[in-house]
Write a protein that binds this ligand. Structure first.
Ligand SMILES: NC(=O)c1ccc[n+]([C@@H]2O[C@H](COP(=O)([O-])OP(=O)(O)OC[C@H]3O[C@@H](n4cnc5c(N)ncnc54)[C@H](O)[C@@H]3O)[C@@H](O)[C@H]2O)c1
Length: 290
């Protein structure tokens, strides 16, 4: 396929671009920032319809990953998050309709908000409560409306918290590993009991390819690994590799409470399930930071 990958200079986008290229697809990357790697690259702004239309032209598939993906930045700049995550997705929908493309959207498990039951499946109500998950859900809904009302083929993947090489320095993984390696204490915010289904970037990349190759339209899928690891357990695993002191501090605004997510639907309908065991992925990430 000829695929445009938005956000290809970012953490997940760069993994997904490499994965599609390795599987023989013709990849073009779209981002506001320059991209590492041997991809055809278009520098542009998702909030500008003309930039997006020019980039989408000539492709049959758009994997829409570009966004304000940093929860803390979205909290500080809700107008920016709204422009990129909502208007940007509307621009993708228009351009994809014009070109007859299929779209796969990077949504998040955080769209559910406070759990009403667990594990949360795709029928769970969505009650986002923060500029990050509000704008990510709005982007998903804009694309789904284009699917329902105008026939745009769309699949949305509600991704688990991702990890792998190239993580942002302000991610919990990088903060713990960087501090422990420097012999500084690690502080777990808010007790650390909140569990996460950390999902490896390689598994997520495979899900994007399976969704892009499927004939499904209008599908929404949780895309989470089954293993639940608490932030405290993550800190303990890091300390077992790089011994240092473990302390506890107050919760940060934007931190999401514990919630478990079901990935049964994507396994049944797309045949996807996470394969990278958490500790193996963690050691692989640590090795990339040596
Ligand atoms: N990382 C995770 O744990 C996770 C989990 C669930 C969902 N997601 C979603 O996956 C996507 C990627 O997340 P990430 O962690 O790789 O984020 P990231 O910040 O590393 O990547 C986002 C990319 O989008 C680009 N971008 C931002 N604004 C732009 C604009 N106006 N025009 C063009 N490009 C722009 C950035 O330059 C960046 O390269 C996001 O949509 C995020 O919501 C991520």
């Amino acid at each position: 396929m000829r695929v445009l990958i938005t956000g290809g200079a970012g953490f997940l986008g760069s993994h997904v671009a490499s994965y599609f290229a390795d599987n023989g697809h013709e990849v073009t990357v779209f981002d506001q920032n320059p991209v590492d790697g041997n991809f055809k690259t278009i520098i542009g702004d998702l909030t500008k319809a003309t930039d997006v239309a020019a980039a989408v032209k000539g492709n049959d598939t758009v994997v829409h990953i570009g966004a304000i993906g940093d929860v803390y930045l979205a909290g500080e700049q809700p107008a920016l998050a709204s422009a990129v995550n909502v208007v940007g997705s509307a621009n993708i929908a228009e351009a994809a309709l014009e070109q007859g493309c299929r779209v796969v959207y990077a949504s998040t498990w955080e769209v559910y908000g406070e759990p009403e039951y667990q594990p949360m499946d795709e029928k769970h109500p969505t009650n986002p409560d923060h500029p990050y998950n509000i704008t990510k859900l709005a982007g998903e809904r804009i694309l789904m409306a284009a699917s329902e009302l105008r026939g745009l083929p769309v699949v949305a993947l509600r991704l688990g918290t991702a990890f792998g090489s190239g993580l942002r320095p302000n991610s919990v993984f990088r903060i713990f590993i960087d501090r422990a390696k420097a012999g500084e204490p690690i502080t777990v915010q808010g007790g650390g009991t909140q569990g996460r289904q950390f999902t490896h970037a390689r598994d997520i990349s495979r899900a994007f390819l399976m969704a892009a190759e499927s004939g499904i339209s209008g599908g929404v899928y949780n895309t989470t690994a089954p293993e639940v690891t608490s932030i405290k357990e993550l800190a303990e695993l890091v300390v077992s590799r790089f011994p240092t002191e473990l302390t506890f501090g107050p919760a940060r605004a934007g931190d999401v409470p514990a919630a478990s997510v079901s990935a049964v639907k994507i396994e049944e309908e797309l045949g996807w399930k996470a394969e990278v065991p958490f500790e193996e992925g963690l050691d692989e990430l640590i090795a990339t930071l040596e």
